[in-house]
Design a protein around this ligand. Sequence first.
Ligand SMILES: Cc1ncc(COP(=O)(O)O)c(C=O)c1O
Length: 421
Amino acid sequence: MNDFENDLDASLLSDRVALVTMSPTIAISQLAASLKRTGQDILSLAIGEPDFDTPAPIIDAAQRAAEAGFTRYTAADGDIVIKSAVCRKYKYENGMEFTPDEVHVSGGCKQVISNAFAATLNPGDEVILLSPYWVSYLDVVEYLGGKAVIVPCEEAAGFLPNIDQLRNALGPKTKWVVVNSPNNPTGAVYPPEVLRQIGTLVAQESRSLILFDEIYEHLLFDDCVHVSLLAAAPELRCRTLTVNGVSKTFAMTGWRLGYGVGPAWLIEAMARVQSQLAGNCSSISQAAAAFALDHGQQLVAPWRAIMQERRDTLCDVLNRNGSLNCSRPGGAFYVFADVSRYFGTRSGDGDLVQSDRDMATYLLSKARVAVVPGSAFGCPTHIRLSFTVPTTSLKIGVTRICDALAQLVSASPSHQTADWQ
Ligand SMILES: Cc1ncc(COP(=O)(O)O)c(C=O)c1O
């Protein structure tokens, strides 16, 4: 390609697309996969998807639907089959009644969220994100002309928001407050009293909508219980969009199906967006997801114990070794570990670690383990490790991480030995 063609390509891009970065979790997972393909022994703890296969009965349901001719366009925001299954799910699992005109179905929870923001954000509207936050909220908000307002949640407070800080962040331009529980990346599970406090604050002191992302609803450990925001704060029903999906619960990331329940006026606007930008999501996936919602829980019940064993393995080795001091997540499948004590160190080979990104690069090259830098989630002191690989691989990976960390010593000439060892 000549220079003219290069310039022309770049000049054709929109100003808006410059606001979007490649999702860091996807980018790192792809890098790990490409290194693996070159024969390198890389373990990826970067990916946000279960390593289980979609249960066979769900695949059978999809096949039956395809053979029965359920292969055409459906209503833009989902066929009545999936919408009804979503209503049943909320009734029997969460004790909340919704009607099909309060349900939106799209190509993944990510697209449900994008449709909601596209349907509501005007330039300069503010969206409050509780940091650490899931990677895509911020880019989608900015891409659509909104402004993200970040409220930090301290690790010492269990990564839960401080209500006074949230109050200070609320303003006349706040269009959404986004709450995610169980949380990616921290694994925090919001207790009902915290949800109630958030609900009371937003209901009494603002006109904002609330987006409650509960996609990790069923990935819980120990005696943690998930409570949906509307169960804790029913007064918010008229302005809450609760989003969820089958990706994580049923190991159906590739089927691309997510759903949301909210007020009919919002759902109708989101359907308009979807009808023009994407059309309906796959009819076959809708049939599979409807089956999963109605019959899937017993199929995936054993996964919880497996995930908990992995979580314990990862936390035990990291904490026992003294390499990192990480809290045990109550839900989702991530450990979010503070690595800032290593900033300002170097390895014997001269690798300098000054940031979370340096740490991720160092662990990839030295330990051959891919992790996600915390800055992707608005928290540059941490890294995220997914426990979505078998326990045996996890043990090997975490041992390699500890060995690599043990090689880091202070970069300042007067402190050649790390004082945490
Ligand atoms: C908090 C959170 N919300 C939404 C999603 C999107 O899920 P999907 O689009 O696969 O349904 C993810 C995926 O990683 C997530 O972690």
